[in-house]
Design a protein around this ligand. Structure first.
Ligand SMILES: [Zn+2]
Length: 109
């Protein structure tokens, strides 16, 4: 099974985000430059997380189909893990900036 959405990106032509479900194994591809190179891209993540704000194709109702596919899937788990790690990373960055500032103050007396 295959469902795809057109999403507005930085290029003039919209990108295509393509979900495939083969016996419960869900994959998602995107035609943006990052996606084409197998890198992380925000277009896929946005749709996986239920955001339709960039979708320009007229099949918004199919987001529900994708939601059903994602429920309990490896892809959903990996996205959730990604968001957790991202949050920890942002917290660590904020702490690092604070500690660095403090160190500078202590060093300078
Ligand atoms: Zn993309």
């Amino acid at each position: 099974m295959r469902v795809s959405f057109l999403v507005a990106g930085s290029a003039e032509e919209p990108y295509e985000v393509i979900f495939r479900n083969e016996n419960g194994k869900v994959n998602v591809f995107c035609t943006c430059p990052a996606g084409e190179n197998g890198l992380h891209c925000k277009h896929r993540l946005a749709i996986i997380e239920g955001s339709a704000s960039a979708v320009v194709s007229a099949n918004l109702d199919e987001l529900e189909v994708v939601r059903t596919w994602l429920n309990g899937s490896d892809l959903e788990m990996a996205c959730s893990e990604f968001r957790d790690a991202e949050k920890s990373f942002e917290e660590a960055k904020a702490r690092f900036a604070k500690v660095k500032k403090k160190l500078g103050k202590v060093m300078n007396g």
